[in-house]
Design a protein around this ligand. Structure first.
Ligand code: FMN
Length: 218
């Protein structure tokens, strides 16, 4: 008797979840946050253009600043191989490993950031310190340093009181060039930047033009 095979098991995640977007958000002011406003806009649109996308959100501010700064254990542990690490060192890297795995699993990374004193908020800096890991997100070979996260796209949503994309402000912008530099260091070269800038000068106009520019982003 011929065996009739039943239908193949359906594994929804494998069939439909074709991509993952990792969202890193860092403003502590909740619904008053302009970077979060832009993020909500983007995610709303992407829910229609990428209906089967998985979205993972790391709200660094909601963590109440609980993302720890790196310490001595961490700094020693990241430069040795896993088999050389003590139990204490392995434990010291647990959160970092989790954050790195989230980043590696993402096809798109969205970073929503206010400018604080010309650069990223310290919560976002702490996240960066946890994910820029030798052997995991970058390495060195005979040709020099090499990012290991190629093939990913990044979208930066930045909110600033002043104007930094042109004029005198360009020299004082340690936010967008810094984020670009860190992403490029890890191999992420496809980076789109959207700025709501000059919020302290013309809030409504700055939000409106940022939203208009962002409307073309998929
Ligand atoms: C602690 C702090 C530092 C800030 N530093 C700057 C700055 O250096 N340059 C600037 O243009 N705006 C600065 N701002 C203004 C914020 O960038 C602006 O309010 C922005 O909207 C914050 O993003 P958010 O609305 O997503 O929280 C600062 C705000 C705070 C609270």
């Amino acid at each position: 008797m011929r065996k009739v095979r039943g239908p193949l098991p359906i594994v929804p995640e494998r069939i439909f979840m074709t991509s993952t977007t990792l969202v890193i958000t860092s403003s502590p002011v909740g619904k008053h946050s302009v970077s979060t406003l832009l993020l909500d806009d983007l995610l709303e649109r992407r829910s229609k253009t990428h209906p089967h996308e998985r979205v993972v959100v790391r709200d660094l501010a909601a963590m109440g600043g609980s993302l720890p700064h790196v310490d001595g254990t961490f700094a020693d542990a990241i430069f040795i191989t896993p088999d050389q690490r003590t139990v204490e060192q392995q434990q010291g890297l647990t959160l970092s490993d989790e954050l790195v795995n989230e980043l590696i699993a993402a096809t798109t990374v969205v970073i929503a950031s206010p400018m604080y004193n010309r650069t990223v908020p310290s919560s976002l800096k702490a996240w960066i310190d946890h994910v820029v890991r030798p052997g995991l997100t970058f390495t060195y070979d005979e040709k020099g340093r090499k990012g290991l996260l190629s093939g990913k796209k990044a979208i930066l949503l930045c909110a600033t009181g002043g104007v930094y994309s042109k004029g005198d402000g360009v020299a004082e912008d340690f936010l967008v060039p810094y984020l670009r530099c860190i992403l490029e260091f890890m191999g992420v070269k496809d980076v789109s930047v959207y700025r709501a800038e000059g919020l302290a000068i013309d809030y409504e106009g700055a939000v409106r033009s940022a939203k208009e520019l962002l409307a073309v982003e998929n």
